[in-house]
Design a protein around this ligand. Structure first.
Ligand code: HEC
Length: 127
């Protein structure tokens, strides 16, 4: 009987763990995996940090410093997460002022939906 309770308790615990987001997970995806894609490009092979930085330095594209703070007001009607998702899969939908459409148009095909959500989750952790 005691054994049964242990099994039950473990089951409840495991269910709770798999259902609840991990500490660093903000509910969209896995920021740790997203950071890897940012740095390697994942299946696309083209790293985001070829053109973007997180420290305010401008390369080809805008720096992602402070991005979560401005992403929510970039396009009317889109939440920060929706805007970031759109920026990755359809960069031409909204061109950031002062920049040109130089971002690869291939991420939406090359990356899986999970990959994209992980990148969005990572971007949402930036300050
Ligand atoms: C070849 C250069 C290049 C690469 C590689 C690139 N980008 Fe971009 N990105 C740009 C440029 C240029 C812009 C600004 C023009 C525009 O809005 O499309 C931009 C804009 C963005 C924006 C909007 C930023 C803002 O301030 O509103 C996001 C988000 C973004 N990129 C995410 C990514 C992610 C994520 C990756 C990797 C998966 C990536 N980019 C790879 C060039 C690049």
């Amino acid at each position: 009987m005691k054994h049964l309770w242990t099994v039950l308790a473990l089951t409840v615990l495991l269910t709770a763990c798999s259902g609840a987001p991990a500490a660093a997970d903000n509910g969209i995806g896995d920021p740790g995996k997203g950071k890897q894609i940012y740095e390697t490009g994942g299946a696309s092979g083209v790293p985001c940090n070829t053109c973007h930085t997180t420290d305010g330095t401008t390369l080809v594209g805008p720096s992602f410093q402070g991005l979560p703070g401005r992403a929510g007001s970039a396009v009317e009607g889109l939440s920060a997460e929706e805007y970031l998702h759109q920026s990755i899969v359809d960069p031409g939908a909204h061109i950031v002022e002062g920049y040109e459409l130089l971002m690869p148009l291939t991420y939406g095909d090359a990356l899986s939906e999970a990959d994209i959500n992980n990148v969005v989750a990572y971007l949402m952790t930036l300050e």
